[in-house]
Write a protein of this length. Structure first.
Length: 158
């Protein structure tokens, strides 16, 4: 890239130390950081149209659901004990993020202010402390590597 502007490193960046060794999961994780960055830009701009904010929230909610299902499905196929704990951690984050979204949707416009950092910190911490533990357990063959858009449709249809 011939661009002379250097982007400063933020907490919203994935790096190789976060690789779980499965390309599709690494790509999913990278997208979490990108969405956190987009949400951060919206929060910082304070002039964003509500539909832009609503769109990124909806995308992030769907991404959380489908990515978590992808990981949980792979763990269910390989290590039931690991699956139970992993799902419990995912569920806790789901509830936490939904609570922020509900507060925002009921009129608390400040509810989203800490959400970009929450998302970025959570995914960073979760990968380092939890996901990297299954690096030797989950292999590419255990992963449903279809695009998340396809998995959203499957999840919604049961």
């Amino acid at each position: 890239m011939g661009n002379s502007i250097k982007k400063t490193k933020t907490i919203f960046e994935w790096n190789e130390s976060l690789s779980v060794g499965v390309a599709v999961l690494d790509d999913d994780h990278k997208m979490f950081f990108e969405m956190a960055e987009q949400l951060n830009e919206i929060v910082l701009s304070k002039s964003s149209e509500p539909y832009v904010t609503d769109s990124i929230i909806i995308m992030l909610e769907e991404y959380i659901e489908v990515h978590f299902c992808r990981e949980e499905d792979a763990l269910l196929k390989t290590d039931r004990e690991c699956y139970e704990e992993h799902k419990r951690l995912h569920d806790a984050f789901r509830r936490r993020f939904r609570q922020i979204v509900k507060s925002y949707q009921t009129g608390d416009l400040t509810a989203l202010q800490q959400s970009p950092i929450l998302v970025a910190n959570w995914i960073n911490d979760h990968i380092k402390k939890v996901d990297l533990q299954y690096k030797q357990i989950i292999l590419n063959k255990n992963i449903d590597n279809r695009p998340l858009g396809v998995l959203v449709g499957i999840q919604e249809n049961g």
